[in-house]
Write a protein that binds this ligand. Structure first.
Ligand code: AMP
Ligand code: ZN
Length: 116
């Protein structure tokens, strides 16, 4: 998708990738919420989790999950980490290219909205 920022980053046109394979690319989040905050995205544009088709995107999804574990290991996140994909307005999605937030380096609570 020509006007999509994450398509451009995944294609290596702008920014810096920290991981890539045939299906997914990963890069550091512009506004990190923890010491490690990496975004893992499909190389082919998909707007959100709502567009996932198991047959069409199964390999990509598997590669995204494997990439998360690999990057976490490389970053030394032996105490754990979190993998999140915000979907739609209530999910807090602001960039309409599917992405998984890999966040680690500090302990995080649950639920994610403790003030409510
Ligand atoms: P979400 O709110 O789940 O859609 O997450 C979007 C994420 O993309 C946010 O954490 C932003 O900080 C991050 N982001 C937006 N633009 C860029 C960019 N050009 N490079 C890296 N991260 C970005
Ligand atoms: Zn895109």
């Amino acid at each position: 998708m020509s006007d999509c920022i994450f398509c451009k980053i995944a294609a290596g046109e702008i920014g810096k990738l920290v991981y890539e394979d045939d299906y997914v690319a990963a890069f550091d989040d512009l506004n990190p919420v923890a010491e490690t905050h990496v975004l893992i995205v499909p190389k082919k544009h998909i707007a959100s989790l709502n567009e996932i088709d198991a047959d069409e995107h199964g390999a990509m999804a598997g590669h995204a999950l494997a990439a998360a574990a690999k990057i976490a290991a490389e970053r030394g996140l032996t105490d754990g980490y979190r993998l999140v994909s915000n979907c739609g307005a209530h999910g807090g999605q602001t960039v309409m290219h599917l992405h998984f937030h890999l966040v680690g380096g500090r302990a995080m609570g649950w639920p994610p909205f403790p003030e409510e």
